[in-house]
Ligand binder design. Sequence first.
Ligand code: ARG
Length: 461
Amino acid sequence: MAKKAWGGRFASQTHNIAEKFSESVSFDRRLYKEDIRGSIAHVKMLRETRIISRKDASRITKGLREIEKEIDRGEFEFSESYEDIHLNIEKRLIEKTGSSGAMVHTARSRNDQVLTDTRLYLRGETEEIISLVCALAEQFVELSAKNLGMILPLYTHMQRAQPVLLSHHLLAYYEMLKRDRERFINCLSRVDVSPLGTCAGAGTSFPIDRDMTAEDLGFKSVSRNSIDAVSDRDFCAEFVFCCSILMMHLSRLSEELVLWSAKEFDFIDLGDGFTTGSSIMPQKKNPDMSELTRGKTARVYGNLSALLTLMKGLPLSYNRDMQEDKEPLFDTVDTVKLCLRVNIEMLKTLEFKEENMKKALRGGFVTATDVADYLARKGVPFRSAHETVGKIVSYAERGGKELSDLKLSEFRRFSKKIDEDIFEVITFSGSVESRNSPGGTSTSNVRKEIANARRFLKRCM
Ligand code: ARG
């Protein structure tokens, strides 16, 4: 049976099942680099403030570096009896350096240590996610530039509504991702705070220098209240919330790709490398990556719900419940990075079927609004124009015709204000180009937005 860090107070051993139940080293070992980095900064500060001797400090630092290599090489023996990553490393340090190692926990508690590790970890992961979000955003911009000119229906209520440029549709995802990036950057300012030195939750009587450790670890600021510092998991929930919105965007994209690859739409072709076949139906080419992205969104939402529920009833300050923050957090990080990576690569293979998108424009009277706008421009109040065009559509529908099949004389039966120029207005490209209002789908607007987006991405990547 292993000797516990708190052994002095206890007469009997921890029960096996209690040990198994409460260990976290099986999953928090992923924080070992951050744990060692935090300890080295702490020890350096203890040395500078003369709380421990230079000799002890250098023994500890050397020992910690060796331990890092042991873990890197897979030679470190983790033990559940030492509960978590912090105590596993400390125990090995003491094994290696004796009484020097036993000083590492001076003016520190696992309560501030675990948060130091988590914050360092999350800062690194958030930065990585931000660059993946930018890389995905770039795919949309490039797809949009590559396919400029293709037109498809805009759908509202899942009904064909108006002709728009495919590039305009794709840039909508760029906008979502740009907001996601901003949200992560904003969240970082609350992650990037040093809790080190708040100890068990009341601070310490040692003359520590918290600014020194914070600076050493690259933290932007230092937490101002020790009780809040060890109790706070807001930054974890906020990070998972940012991930949830990002996943919502990826899931909506997935839904569209699934629909668009169905024969009923047949707007796209996903690369063979990103689709799978069926074990029974030879004709199938399934959009599994999109389906799984949509499915994994549920996991991330579940993780957010777990974290919020975990925290809602906890009194200040540290409670062991908080150990349960890690698995949802780690799972979120892994899931989001994987989804981003697979979608970045998949989008590179995406081909659009222009003919089929064009086909979908037909038969849906998608330029009806253009006729109403035309009449309104000629002085007909929009409501009456809308009414008139409704009648035209109904007339055409009864005759099995499209607006473009109607003769001028047929149009004029409904309104004498309609002239020969109506035929330009009701072409798909005429409709698209007329929507030149800021943020609209006209080619000149979209071209401008592609240029803006490229400029923006160049700065942020
Ligand atoms: N493994 C613990 C956690 O993740 C570390 C902090 C333990 N603190 C304590 N007082 N038992 O929360």
